[in-house]
Design a protein around this ligand. Sequence first.
Ligand code: NDP
Length: 488
Amino acid sequence: MELQKLFYDGKIQEATSGNVFQTINPATGEVICNVQEASEKDMELVIKSAKAGFSKWSSMAPVERGRILQRAASILRSRNDELAALEVLDTGKPISEAMVVDVASGADAIEYYAGIAAAIHGAYHDLGSSFAYVRRQPLGICAGLGAWNYPLQIACWKSAPALACGNAMIFKPSELTPLTAIKLAEIYTEAGLPNGVFNVVQGSSKVGQMLVSDSSIAKISLTGAVGTGKKVMAAAAETLKHVTLELGGKSPIIIFPDANIEEAVNGAILGNFYTQGEVCSNGTRVFVHRSIKDAFLKLLIEKTKRLKIGDPMNEETHIGALISKEHLNKVLSYIESGKRDGSTLCFGGNRYHPKDPATTNGFFVEPTIFDVSSDDDRIACEEIFGPVMTVLTFDQEDEVIQRANNSAFGLAAGVFTSDIKRAHRVVNELNAGVCWINNYNITPVEVPFGGFKQSGIGRENGWAAVHHYTQMKTVYVEMDKIDYPYPG
Ligand code: NDP
């Protein structure tokens, strides 16, 4: 594949840094292509183009902004298969997922915010002899920093509300997955987005830091690890930027004895092995009531055995490759620590080498299930971000709520039960930003997504994101005369 460059001022541009980095196909370990890294000088040019873009875009009628976004969503959908294949090449996730989720959920976000653009409004207050109104204005230039697990979807989830609200965006994908954000930039331009409104810079965290420290940038929206969130928030404080942080998790799924066991097993598999476990909201602590645990584990293992690992381009594959060799080693080291700490390995637990010589060196790990006796074991409390499920046993409702909440994270939670009162009672007590009852990991664009505690700040999706990409301006209008303030 050809050398990848930057995108600003409405077109692909050469970087001036002279530095390139490689992007690797996780399924083969081979280099896909080189990518140019942005320099400080490039960043100045990108910001100049974003300023010009913002000036034009923010003064356009919202309905026209919506029309352009709508066109972008349609183009994205029409290029679904090609973009899904590119995402698979860069991430190692199964094509069967990318074909129906990655591009489509990105297009859903753009479509949703295209519809909302013209509905964003302020407020009016009658104050007797005067009145006041509140405008909802864009923030300016917003920066998006993306993680590598859903590169295109993340670029869409950040840019769609930002642009609908009249902002410009500079997006930096993870250096591990640089390929699809540039395609999104081309699609926006084809749809009629003015130059400079959506820009892509490439590079490592160094380039991310340039964005976070630049005083021309009004907001940072990061999807990434908790540690990165802390650094970004601290650095953003220097210029008091707005921040939205979508960070990691170690979310609980609680399965009560009255749950439909087959559906609970399906939910646990969906919440642990999709995208080979590289999903922030995964329910990796599966609390199962003692009375059903044997039946649950039996069915879980039976269904996990059927999962096919290997070439992510093969439509029959369920478990693709982890993002990098480094990440593969991290996941394997967690599996080793689980074995050392005395947890029972119920299934998997090994690196997997497909027979096909093309993919035999890919970064594959078997879907892995541990029966864990202590909540304090590393595998039961740290985010692994791979296909490793920990099953824990509980007896009482109060006890499981307390254990589920005993985490620094608070991104998501799931409850499986057929008792409607219990479902809502338990959800009410769980410290998590997104909860599912009798399902898991469903993220419709209409509803807010984001975490409690160290899993994040702010929300993506739904109307909530409009609040995070706009600022209010209160305008008081006097209709009467003004008295002298110091009578007598
Ligand atoms: P990272 O935190 O390593 O990186 C996220 C992005 O931030 C990348 O573009 C990265 O650049 C950049 N970055 C890293 N350090 C800095 C810095 N100091 N200043 C500015 N930018 C920086 O996350 P990963 O890409 O490894 O993604 C995995 C993590 O993301 C997991 O913890 C996961 O839970 C979380 N995540 C959260 C989601 C959510 O919505 N809550 C969804 C998906 C993932 P580069 O990669 O090029 O170094």
